[in-house]
Design a protein around this ligand. Structure first.
Ligand SMILES: C[S@@+](CC[C@H](N)C(=O)[O-])C[C@H]1O[C@@H](n2cnc3c(N)ncnc32)[C@H](O)[C@@H]1O
Length: 333
């Protein structure tokens, strides 16, 4: 007779087992990208031995790492020769226009912070010190540029700014959105408003833009003062870094500083109203728990409520499903 306690479970445990070690897959990507294997491979491909020589490392670990990358569809293997997959060739090769290695490097560093998630959950405080280090701040800004390149294209297509003259890009980072919008709308001037070290990075990107003469920078603290003289304000990836009360105050300051009529745009990653999905904004809320005092991800109705409490009207949401991104626009009459 079979013992019921030994019978096969009715639910397949594989998804759980995969989930338990999915960070190992991410680490293989982080380390291969940090070692710059994909740039090294792009011209002619290489054997594990050739790559080990080029990196000054032993063949065994390099072969293991490259085989893992084959399984992850980052590399392809024929005989003993490895080449980049289409994905790796487009996004992981230094010097290519959509190089995302700075973003992968950011996630690689972030992994060490995520190791402290349990501490953050137990204490309800950030478990990393705020980013004061110059090198970190600059590399974070370059990494944000990599990811915001894509969302800035969607922003320029989906939010019509042809009627507006002066955009304030609040916490504008590398200026990615300002540059894209100024290049799209020939009558638009844009100001990247951020902390000193960050605007230095923005200035480098702005200098390379054909719209450089219409884009400026402004150093300041958005929690204290919002410069006036603008009829459009953008907060891209800003509200998730702040608590609800700070966002209400911030949007009120934006409302008061904005010319009339004016438009405000929020770009962020809202979970659904029940907070049951999508995965990205719900995992990203934990990222904010680890890294910020009060940050969180906000649903559409919470975001609209921030805007309306500040005095904005005609709130409109553009959901970019399946991308975990939404644009919220609202008007100051
Ligand atoms: C997540 S990044 C977003 C950058 C950019 N908006 C984008 O979407 O690519 C947040 C930015 O806000 C800036 N920031 C954070 N707190 C700030 C403050 N109190 N005053 C001005 N800028 C601030 C950071 O330096 C950083 O560049």
């Amino acid at each position: 007779m079979s013992n019921p306690s030994e019978s096969l479970p009715l639910v397949n445990p594989l998804p759980l087992w995969n989930l338990a070690h999915v960070y190992c897959e991410a680490r293989a990507l982080h380390v291969a990208s940090d070692l710059d294997i994909f740039t090294e491979l792009d011209a002619n491909g290489a054997t594990a031995e050739g790559m080990a020589k080029a990196l000054g490392l032993e063949k065994r670990p390099v072969r293991m790492l490259m085989d893992a990358c084959v399984a992850l569809e980052l590399l392809e293997k024929e005989g003993d020769k490895y080449r980049n997959s289409e994905l790796a060739s487009a996004f992981l090769v230094k010097g290519k226009p959509h190089y995302s290695g700075a973003f992968v490097a950011l996630e690689s560093r972030s992994y060490h912070n995520w190791a402290k998630l349990e501490e953050a959950v137990r204490k309800n405080t950030p478990v990393v010190t705020p980013m004061k280090d110059e090198g970190l701040m600059k590399s974070f800004t370059h990494a944000m540029h990599g990811t915001s390149t894509f969302s800035s294209m969607m922003l320029a297509q989906m939010v019509d700014l042809s009627e507006y003259a002066n955009l304030l890009d609040i916490g504008g980072g590398a200026g990615t959105n300002s540059i894209r919008l100024a290049e799209t709308y020939p009558n638009l001037r844009a100001t990247v408003f951020d902390q000193g070290l960050v605007v230095e990075v923005a200035a480098e990107y702005i200098a390379k833009s054909p719209a450089a003469d219409r884009i400026s920078t402004h150093t300041g603290n958005y929690l204290e003062d919002i410069p006036g003289g603008h009829d459009a304000a953008l907060l891209s990836n800003i509200i998730h870094g702040e608590g609800a009360e700070a966002n209400r105050k911030l949007l009120k300051r934006v409302y008061d500083a904005l010319d009339s009529p004016g438009i405000v745009i929020i770009a962020d990653t809202p979970p659904n109203e029940e907070r049951t999905g999508p995965i990205f904004p719900l995992i990203f809320a934990l990222n904010e728990l680890i890294h910020t005092e009060e940050g969180d991800t906000y649903t559409e109705s919470e975001t609209v409520a921030f805007l309306e409490a500040a005095g904005f009207e005609s709130c409109n949401t553009i959901n970019l499903d399946p991308a975990p991104l939404a644009f919220f626009t609202a008007i100051k009459r």
